[in-house]
Design a protein around this ligand. Structure first.
Ligand code: C2E
Ligand code: MG
Ligand code: MG
Length: 729
């Protein structure tokens, strides 16, 4: 309600009275006549001044005359509706002067009724409130800046938002940029939507003699870029963004030294009015304060948002940025990356070793060009998390950069460490929030952790099922051990030249009373993760010894049997002693037992490994290195370890036709020969593979081509019949 509400005067004289009043009042006024199609009948002098129009332009036209490109049309429509219905209102609208300048117009409507209550005139009272609206928007912006910095948003986001906010609230369509310089006036960085293109410009041109401007401290106004000295240097962005004018304002620090430039680029010729210069003068200090505040906060923030041990961002920081991305409806991918050897690294080099490896890993990932816009943080003590706003097919990682991360050694205390990386990925978009995406990537990681070598697993629903399956296995595992449900199958190792069975490998099998047959690929990782693998190994070991004892007692020929031992078991302090004791308790010659140790980073601890191998050897037990070629492929340390046998992994055998791989296998076979090691190829399935490996000098073969793993009963029958395979030449 205001003082004019429900004003009603006689028809006669009303118009005259209104005009007189309008001439005297200190506000811009237009009188609209509902009986003439709501056109303007009268305006006062202040109206003409405010809008820049002549009387001839205005009289007879409608109030929509003041609308322009950035006018909010919803608001305009409600203005029209209120006028037509004779309702009083007060609103602010973005209106345009005749010369194209926009201003914030505070519009009030005063309906004039005659004695019969019929609307006779609409009095529009206007006021240019641009200045106060600008101040309001800047106050709002300043608060926003502080809030963002307070809540740990990165400076780059804050500066980008300042640009964006000015672009939205400023009266003219513009693009903004903030350039920061160091104490030597060299550019540090550029922010704003055009940063990529601006970065390509000559730095000196971009900074526009910043030295001089620091003295005059006035905005540089270029009304027509085409006609300016900058037009050649700016050509690419003038053309791309159709730029005409540019205003640039130095950003000073609290000591008055120039620390950057705030620049507005216009697609139309623009010459700043006094209030616009005032506006620019107010934006620059917001940037100054943001920088100062950021500096003050950064020490505290470093603690709050850093993982102190590794120096990486912590997960809190990661969540904040992901939240920002979610607000921007970004889509992209998450990667949770864990070195397969993390635990072993801790054992060998302590916690600092683990921190160091994650830090180096994060650095290398950050250096991959396509990961430029990503955020990397420490996720758990053993994993880092990476988010990028690229889709998987955009993630074209150059081979060289990929190899830097995967194949090149990492360094701890000056020592080389090779990593295999287990990677779980998932995607996020407006449909999937990032908390869910992190959970999914975690799930994918769990499945990646079960596979040997470097592996990347994408989340899919099947993973959920496999997690359930794993829980299920775990639940039945203890009972299985008690009920002795684990038993060995034996797979012959065959002399590739003669076709004779030379020895066997014992492979664990689990026939669960509740679950049925469970693959070792499933239960071995569960057993390992729960620290139970040695119990399975022992069970298999005992059953193998029982078999040999039976054959020995029956006076039959004994064969060497390989027992699989995971490195975690191998390094157990009691391993050697208990193995020897067990073999002795069955009274079997130790030469009939071989231990297959999976190749892994632990063997890096050459001294420790050598000591164990030597002790076993002294007692008469041979050792073999299993799955050679997967992940940690280094022949260099092998020569220091007295293994008797090297087992070339199936993945190599599968790739025999590849000339590069063929050459690698040939080298491995030759080297192992030089080192007096027996070479065994695993997973031979075809005659072609058999022939090729034989040609390359491989001595022993194992695989379905010869025999599948068989139950002991069938092995006995096989040996009784003294079956010999006849090979094609
Ligand atoms: P591994 O020691 O490398 O064993 C070779 C695997 O290749 C076995 O899988 C074997 O069945 C399979 N294999 C043999 N020939 C062929 C072939 O021609 N084609 C194909 N596709 N596969 C072939 P399995 O039995 O599933 O065992 C998987 C892994 O589980 C083993 O790999 C070993 O690392 C582990 N494992 C098995 N038994 C034990 C055990 O008693 N203790 C420990 N610690 N690990 C075991
Ligand atoms: Mg094996
Ligand atoms: Mg193997």
């Amino acid at each position: 309600m205001n003082e004019f509400d429900n004003l009603s005067v006689s028809d006669e004289g009303m118009y005259v009275w209104l005009c007189q009043m309008a001439r005297q009042i200190d506000a811009a006024i237009a009188i609209i006549n509902p009986n003439k199609g709501y056109t303007i009948d009268f305006v006062n002098q202040l109206f003409l001044q405010t809008t820049g129009y002549d009387e001839d332009d205005v009289i007879g036209s409608t109030f929509s005359l003041l609308q322009g490109p950035l006018t909010d049309m919803l608001n305009e429509n409600s203005i029209q509706e209120s006028i037509k219905h004779g309702l009083t209102f007060k609103t602010s609208s973005f209106h345009y002067r005749k010369d194209g300048y926009a201003f914030w117009n505070e519009v009030r409507h005063l309906p004039m009724f005659n004695q019969q209550g019929i609307l006779q005139y609409c009095v529009i009272i206007m006021k240019d409130v641009t200045d106060s609206m600008n101040i309001e928007s800047l106050i709002e912006l300043e608060r926003e800046v502080y809030f963002s910095l307070e809540t740990g948003h990165p400076l780059e986001n804050v500066l980008r938002n300042i640009c964006r906010s000015v672009e939205i609230t400023f009266g003219k369509k513009c693009h903004c940029s903030i350039v920061l310089v160091d104490e030597n006036d060299r550019m540090i960085n550029i922010y704003g939507e055009m940063w990529r293109d601006l970065k390509k410009l000559d730095e000196n041109i971009l900074l526009m003699d910043i030295e001089d401007k620091s003295k005059i401290n006035k905005p540089l106004i270029i009304k027509d870029l085409e006609q300016s000295v900058y037009h050649e240097a700016y050509r690419p962005i003038i053309e791309k963004y159709h730029l005409v004018s540019m205003w640039s304002q130095p950003i000073l620090n609290t000591e008055g030294k120039t620390i950057g430039l705030f620049t507005m680029y216009f697609e139309q010729r623009a010459e700043p009015k006094t209030i616009e210069i005032k506006y620019m003068n107010r934006v620059a200090p917001i940037v100054t304060l943001a920088l100062k505040y950021f500096d003050q906060k950064s020490a505290i923030r470093r603690l709050a948002f850093r993982d102190v041990a590794s120096g990486l961002n912590n997960y809190e920081r990661f969540k904040i940025i992901l939240n920002d991305w979610a607000a921007e409806q970004s889509r992209g991918h998450l990667y949770i990356i864990e070195p397969g050897e993390y635990q072993k690294i801790i054992d060998l080099y302590g916690r600092q070793g683990g921190d160091e490896v994650l830090r180096q890993l994060a650095n290398r990932i950050q250096n991959i060009s396509t990961f430029g816009d990503s955020i990397i943080a420490r996720y758990t003590h053993s994993a880092i998390i990476v988010a990028t706003r690229l889709s998987l097919h955009e993630m074209n990682i150059p081979q060289f950069e990929g190899e830097q991360v995967l194949s090149e050694p990492y360094y701890i205390d000056g020592k080389e460490v090779y990593l295999t990386l287990k990677i779980g990925t998932s995607s996020f978009s407006s449909g999937i929030n990032y908390i869910e995406a992190v959970r999914q990537a975690d799930n994918a990681l769990s499945s990646a952790l079960k596979v040997t070598g470097s592996v990347i697993k994408n989340f899919n629903m099947g993973l959920i099922e496999s997690v359930e399956q794993e829980m299920n296995i775990l639940a039945h595992f203890t009972r299985a051990l008690k009920n002795s449900e684990f038993f060995p199958m034996l797979q012959p190792k065959v002399n590739m030249v003669t076709g004779e069975i030379e020895s066997f490998e014992a492979l664990a099998r689990w026939n669960s009373a509740e679950l049925g047959f469970v693959s070792p690929m499933l239960f071995i990782p569960v057993a390992e993760n729960t620290g139970n693998i040695y119990k399975v190994d022992l069970e298999i070991f005992k059953k193998v010894l029982q078999w040999q004892k039976q054959r020995q007692d029956a006076g039959m020929k004994l064969y060497q049997v390989s027992i699989n031992i995971l490195p975690s078991h191998f390094y157990n302090p009691a391993f050697v002693e208990s193995s020897i004791a067990l073999i002795e308790s069955y009274n079997i010659n130790p030469k009939f037992i071989k231990f297959e140790i999976t190749e892994s980073v632990e063997l890096e601890d050459v001294l420790r490994a050598k000591k164990i191998i030597d002790e076993l050897q002294r007692f008469g037990i041979e050792t073999s290195i299993d799955d050679f070629g997967v992940g940690y492929s280094s022949l260099s340390y092998l020569q220091e370890l007295p293994f008797k046998e090297i087992k070339i992994d199936k993945s190599f055998v599968d790739d025999l036709a590849n000339p590069r791989m063929n050459a690698v296998i040939k080298t491995i076979i030759q080297l192992s020969d030089n080192l007096n090691m027996m070479s065994v190829a695993e997973g031979i399935e075809t005659e072609a593979q058999h022939l090729e490996l034989k040609r390359l000098g491989c001595q022993i073969g194992q695989g379905y081509y010869y025999y599948k793993p068989l139950p002991i009963q069938q092995i006995n029958e096989l040996l009784d019949n003294k079956i010999k395979i006849s090979f094609s030449k």
